[in-house]
Design a protein around this ligand. Structure first.
Ligand SMILES: C[S@@+](CC[C@H](N)C(=O)[O-])C[C@H]1O[C@@H](n2cnc3c(N)ncnc32)[C@H](O)[C@@H]1O
Length: 235
């Protein structure tokens, strides 16, 4: 078995699987810190971004929850203010959330004090091999550069137990959209890397997962087109 990390003197750990650090990670973190309060206000006051108000997204998360129930711990990567983390906890799952933005996590802890949250990038998780029943990348992986997303998906595959599932949702398109403001005119600097559903499914397969369901969401009055993909670690 490949060890997750190699023990080194003086408490240093060398990660067995390096993931490239996105060059813009710090500015992306600062941007989400700036929008976090407005994002929470939007979710709480309008229901936008809350699966409970979107029957098809809720159905996807319910199917995921039913599938991974009893398989092991679940990690919500890029959990933001913890809306889905808390929903899954309510459903009895052993779930925790992690997000790049400390301000998002402050909000998550305030809103859902009984849930477990931590601050980290998807690129820096150092997850134990075959330790998770489920992992989510719920509208949270689109800022990863195109060459980094496959590395993160491969890390999710390694972290899932055989039979464990990934669910991910992302924006559909071909462009790398440079955002300069978001969520009520807050200045931000991040790139939204859009994917065609076929491209995303191909990446997920290449990462070693077996896609089991795909939901396409056409653009509506609130958001552009999106896609949800659920996939299983074989075995
Ligand atoms: C649109 S919000 C979605 C939040 C949450 N999943 C939800 O559905 O409400 C995108 C989230 O992804 C997080 N994010 C962006 N890049 C990330 C990274 N490299 N690692 C972890 N989280 C990241 C942001 O901080 C932000 O909270």
């Amino acid at each position: 078995m490949i060890p997750k990390s190699v023990a080194l003197p003086y408490g240093w750990r060398m990660r067995a699987h390096h993931i490239d650090r996105p060059a813009d990670l710090d500015v992306v973190r600062e941007s989400y810190d700036r929008v976090a309060d407005n994002y929470v206000h939007m979710v709480v006051t309008t229901g936008i971004g809350d699966i409970r108000h979107h029957p098809w997204l809720k159905a996807s998360i319910d199917a995921f929850a039913d599938t991974v129930s009893g398989l092991g711990p679940v990690l919500d990567v890029g959990c933001g203010p913890g809306t889905v983390t808390a929903y899954l906890a309510e459903r009895g799952l052993d779930v925790s959330g992690v997000d790049l933005s400390p301000r998002m996590i402050e909000n998550a802890r305030r809103l859902y004090p009984d849930c477990r949250f931590s601050v980290a990038s998807a690129t820096d998780l150092d997850l134990d091999e075959a330790s998770l029943g489920g992992v989510l990348g719920w509208w949270s992986l689109f800022n990863l550069p195109r060459d980094v997303l496959p590395q993160v998906l491969a890390s999710f595959t390694r972290a899932l137990k055989p039979g464990g599932h990934l669910i991910t949702a992302t924006h559909v398109g071909d462009e790398d959209l440079e955002r300069t403001e978001a969520y009520g005119g807050v200045p931000v600097r991040w790139t939204t890397h859009k994917w065609q559903p076929e491209q995303l499914v191909a990446l997920i397969e290449k990462a070693g997962l077996h896609p089991v369901a795909e939901l396409r969401l056409p653009a509506d009055e609130v958001s552009g087109p999106g896609v949800v993909v659920m996939a299983k670690r074989p075995g």
